[in-house]
Design a protein around this ligand. Structure first.
Ligand code: ZN
Length: 255
């Protein structure tokens, strides 16, 4: 593999990501919550930033931009329809667009729900999905602007990606999400293994992100709303998938 994916913990519980070309030492950054840890990672890995991809406008995903090591300058990419709320974009993109950055394909995907005009970035060669605050490890983001139906459609779009796709999300909420997921009829074996694994990750201070969609489909309730056991667990055996999704999201807010 020509690329490395480096997770950079920022602020309280945010994650930024560097996609690094191992040969040229050029890098793509996904979201900029905080400059200092990102600059430190760039320096440690001897990387030059060429492109910043923004998932959405929330302050804890953009606030670090001004303090980033500029090097020869980097291109800021974000959603065209959200340009008025994002920092000044050098390249405005829309869902369905495909970019070629550092020699690899980057597909822009719609990810409405957490905010409107939230986008995600899928890199097929890296089998990696950078989902921001939409689909997260064992859960999904809060609905600040969008409807449950919009987040449902977002998650359905991701579910159609290959099962070996690794999910890189914007926050470390894995423990709380797993605790809630346990009430929505996850695969028992996957749940207990993952609980154990999360403890190990915490002990070593390792990130909880980069989980495959295959594993998420065993645990994450938002990817499992079509399953009879999940519908039964929320007392909605005859409801359609989107209604079950909305109910699960509403319960999480009160959890
Ligand atoms: Zn957010």
């Amino acid at each position: 593999m020509r690329y490395d994916i480096i997770t950079v913990p920022c602020l309280e519980d945010n994650y930024a990501y560097l996609v690094a070309d191992k040969q040229t030492r050029q890098a793509i950054l996904i979201d900029a919550p905080e400059a200092a840890p990102i600059n430190k990672a760039l320096k440690r890995e001897k990387l030059t930033l060429t492109t910043l991809l923004l998932t959405h406008h929330h302050w804890d995903h953009v606030e670090g931009i001004d303090g980033l090591d500029k090097g020869d300058g980097f291109t800021i990419v974000g959603c065209a329809k959200d340009a008025d709320r994002l920092p000044k974009l050098d390249q405005a993109v829309s869902p369905g667009d495909v970019m070629n950055i550092l020699g690899t394909s980057v597909q822009v995907m719609a990810a409405d729900g957490h905010t409107i005009n939230h986008i995600a970035f899928y890199m097929p060669e890296l089998t990696a999905l950078f989902s921001g605050d939409s689909l997260m490890t064992h859960g999904c983001g809060r609905l600040f602007e969008g409807t449950p139906q919009q987040m449902f459609e977002t998650v359905q779009g991701f579910a159609a990606l290959p099962d070996n796709t690794k999910l890189y999300c914007g926050h470390n909420y894995a423990d709380a999400n797993l605790e809630f997921a346990a009430h929505c009829s996850p695969d028992p074996r996957a749940l207990s293994q993952r609980k154990h694994h999360l403890n190990t990750l915490a002990d070593e201070n390792w990130p909880t992100t980069g989980v495959t969609l295959a594993l998420e489909k065993q645990i994450n309730p938002y990817l499992r709303t079509h399953l009879p056991q999940v519908k039964a667990a929320v007392g909605m055996p005859d409801a359609d998938d989107a209604a079950v999704f909305a109910e699960i999201r509403a319960r999480k807010d009160k959890f």
